[in-house]
Each structure stands twice: as structure tokens, then as C-alpha cells.
Design a binder for this molecule. Structure first.
Ligand SMILES: Cc1cc2nc3c(=O)[nH]c(=O)nc-3n(C[C@H](O)[C@H](O)[C@H](O)COP(=O)(O)OP(=O)(O)OC[C@H]3O[C@@H](n4cnc5c(N)ncnc54)[C@H](O)[C@@H]3O)c2cc1C
Length: 370
């Protein structure tokens, strides 16, 4: 195994590391993934019946301000330029998210909306994002009312569903960091670079790992590998699993998607609709919008948050609190005993990363290799 590297996991993190080592160090890389496909949680596939690209693990929109990351990925894909403009159903009406001046106009009478808009702009300025906690501290009764309204109607119940908490268990100081955007900019993200890979995420990743020095083996779990004598190992799987849960399991939140093909052209007016207050699901994604794909049918996925249970479902969101962070640090300490073993990615780092941050961290890790 002289001069060979092992990368475990063919998501964004693993793919970037594998490519950099293969291309720039001219070293051999064995890249494995226990799934039968590359691309990790950004995996998408074309539905055979409709030709619509489906984001299997939830809606993925690429967005970044990091030009290095954007340029790097642009070597492997062209982009469909795309801005996420979701809706939320509040009091039965589909309104604009993020909560901004347009949303205020959609929810309140013109007179009330004029008043709120004027007060927000004169207190904080146009184009500013004000956390609702800060808004609540304002002496003005209208602004206090607005903060309370947003907390109750947009965030409280959504957070309860998303994290499986009772309303009284939600720490309002955490939830209240969510801002009101004093703007008519209806885009969910304001990053400079935004888009969906023109041929999908899976094709992007497949192109990245298509290199003479990379050997890809799908359907292979790290635990099944007999030969583990590698110059370097990059592990993008769960760190607690790697160490056989010797200190206990790191908790995650999971999701279940009810994917349906409908015999109508469109189901909803935009790609994602959030349901903060009604039903057990949190949102519905209509996949044809991502790449503006045409079909007389449509595919939606209804998203239900649920508890992560080993062997039953997938790890989605790390549950971030001091206790879990302390447990993660125990594993991290254990990992330090193995200088050639690098834990990385969202599971290795037990942290939620957007795709751009996963790429950025992988590029940084590569630069740090001696
Ligand atoms: C619902 C949802 C929506 C999201 N939407 C966005 C978005 O809109 N925009 C955005 O930028 N980011 C989004 N993300 C984040 C994005 O999914 C992550 O940034 C990305 O998946 C991180 O890539 P990764 O390579 O670190 O991990 P992963 O994609 O999870 O890849 C890890 C891979 O390792 C493999 N693996 C694990 N253990 C083993 C093992 N023992 N042996 C072999 N293989 C193993 C897994 O099968 C997996 O393929 C979203 C995340 C979620 C949960």
C-alpha cells in the first residue's frame, strides 16, 4: 500500500480531498463509500418516469461568498443560476420567507404595513437584518408586537417540530437570533454565488473523482476493509461509529421524506414551502424547480423530522449542545492518537456544514498536509 491514501466517504468533503491528492500530489487514492452512489447527502438522481432531478436527502442549493470554492467547483460543472425564494404558510396564507418587508405587506393591512415598514427603516435602516430578540427589546409597541408575532408564527412551532422539542423546551434566546430582513430582497440567501450544478450534484462529484489516480469502490464500508495500512486516512463518516461508540452515541436529528409523483404540472408556486404551524411535516419541496425541468407531471417530497436511530435511518443534523460537544471532544482526543487519521466533513466534525464550507474545509485540510 506504499504511497496510497484512503478516503472514506464520497460526499463533497471526500471527493475534494481525493481529487486534490490525486491531482496535485500525484498519489494513489482509494475512495470508498458504503452507499451504492457517490455524492453523499447532496446525491440527486433523474427520475426515470418524469425526467425530473430529485434531491434524495433534501433540497440542496449551493451558495457561497467564497470565490475560491466557487471557482474550484466550476471546473467540474456548469451552473444553473438559481435563487431560493421559499414560502411559508402562515394563518393559511403562503407568504414570503425570509421574513421581510414583502412578508409584512402580505400579512398585515396596508396601513399597518406602512407603519411597521417606516418604523423598521427609521430604527435600523434599510437592508439590515435585525434579530427578533433585539426587536423585542425596542420600546416601540408595534415593533415589540412584530417580534412576538414572528416568534409565535414562524419560528416556535417550526423549531418544535424540527428538533422534537416541547415549546417550553425551546430556548427563546437561541430561536430569537433569527432575523427580520428589512428589505424587499426575497432571496433566502444573499451570497454572491448561488446555483444548482447544471447536470446535478451527483454528476459534479462523479466528474471530480474521475481521475487516473483515484480508485472508487462503492457499497464498501470502512469496517469491511481488510487492508488498513495506508499512508493517510481521511474519514468523513461518523466519529463515534469509527470508535465503536466507546464513549456513547453522538445524537443526531433525522428526516423522513415521503416522495410522491403527481399527475399535474405543478403542485406549488415555488420550490420549497414551509409549514411552521400545521401538520407534522416541516416543508414540501417540488423538485422540478431546481433545474427548471419540464414535465406534465411533478415530484414533491414531504419532509418529516424524526429521531435518529442507529440502523433505522440516516444522520442529518448534529444536536448541538454543551453535553454533546463534550462527548465529541472525547472522541476527538481519541483521534489525536492516530497522526495519519483525519476526521473531516459534517460527520467527522459533528457539525452542520453547508456544502461550500465542507469544500472550504477540505481545501484547507489539503493545504495543511505536509
Ligand atoms: C436536509 C438538508 C438540506 C441541506 N441543504 C443544503 C443546502 O441547501 N445548501 C448547502 O450548502 N448545504 C446543504 N446541506 C448540507 C450538505 O448536505 C452538507 O454540506 C454535505 O453533505 C457535506 O458533505 P460531506 O462530504 O461532509 O458529508 P456527506 O455528504 O454526508 O458524505 C459522507 C459520506 O460518507 C459515507 N460514509 C459514512 N460512513 C462510512 C463508512 N463507515 N464507510 C464508508 N462510507 C461511509 C456516507 O455514505 C456518505 O456518502 C443540507 C443538509 C441537510 C441535512
Amino acid at each position: 500500500m506504499e504511497n496510497k491514501n484512503l478516503v472514506v466517504g464520497a460526499g463533497f468533503t471526500g471527493a475534494v480531498i481525493a481529487r486534490k491528492i490525486a491531482e496535485e500530489l500525484d498519489e494513489k487514492v482509494l475512495l470508498i463509500d458504503r452507499r451504492n452512489c457517490a455524492a453523499g447527502n447532496s446525491y440527486d438522481y433523474k427520475d426515470k418516469e418524469t425526467g425530473i432531478s430529485v434531491h434524495k436527502y433534501g433540497p440542496h442549493i449551493f451558495h457561497t461568498n467564497n470565490k475560491e470554492v466557487w471557482d474550484y467547483l466550476s471546473r467540474f460543472t456548469k451552473w444553473h443560476y438559481f435563487f431560493l425564494k421559499p414560502n411559508a404558510v402562515i394563518e393559511g396564507e403562503k407568504v414570503t420567507l425570509p421574513f421581510n418587508l414583502t412578508t409584512i405587506r402580505e400579512l398585515f393591512s396596508p396601513k399597518m404595513a406602512d407603519r411597521l415598514e417606516e418604523k423598521l427603516i427609521s430604527n435600523y435602516g434599510y437592508g439590515i437584518k435585525v434579530p427578533i430578540l433585539k426587536l423585542k427589546e425596542n420600546e416601540d409597541e408595534d415593533l415589540k408586537f412584530l417580534a412576538e408575532y414572528i416568534y409565535e408564527n414562524v419560528f416556535k412551532n417550526y423549531t418544535t417540530k424540527q428538533w422534537g422539542l416541547k415549546p417550553e423546551e425551546i430556548d427563546p434566546t437561541v430561536t430569537a437570533r433569527v432575523p427580520v430582513y428589512i428589505s424587499h430582497d426575497n432571496r433566502y440567501f444573499q451570497d454572491k454565488y448561488q446555483g444548482i450544478p447544471l447536470n446535478g450534484y451527483t454528476k459534479l462529484i462523479e466528474k471530480m473523482i474521475d481521475h487516473k489516480n483515484i480508485e472508487l469502490k462503492l457499497g464498501v464500508d470502512y469496517k469491511e476493509l481488510k487492508e488498513k495500512d495506508f499512508k493517510r486516512i481521511f474519514y468523513t463518516g461518523a466519529i463515534d461509529e469509527f470508535f465503536d461508540y466507546k464513549y456513547g452515541e453522538l445524537p443526531y436529528r433525522s428526516l423522513r421524506f415521503d416522495v410522491r409523483t403527481l399527475h399535474k404540472e405543478f403542485y406549488q408556486k415555488t420550490v420549497v414551502t414551509n409549514y411552521p404551524n400545521n401538520y407534522d411535516f416541516t416543508r414540501i419541496t417540488e423538485h422540478k424547480y431546481f433545474l427548471d425541468e419540464k414535465s406534465d407531471k411533478t415530484i414533491i417530497s414531504v419532509e418529516y423530522p424524526e429521531k435518529f436511530e442507529l440502523g433505522k435511518n440516516e444522520r442529518y443534523y448534529p444536536i448541538s449542545n454543551p453535553e454533546n460537544q463534550a462527548l465529541y471532544e472525547k472522541y476527538q482526543k481519541e483521534a489525536e492518537k492516530y497522526p495519519n487519521l483525519h476526521f473531516c466533513g459534517r460527520l467527522g466534525g459533528y457539525k452542520y456544514y453547508n456544502m461550500d464550507l465542507a469544500v472550504e474545509k477540505a481545501l484547507e485540510l489539503f493545504k495543511s498536509l505536509s
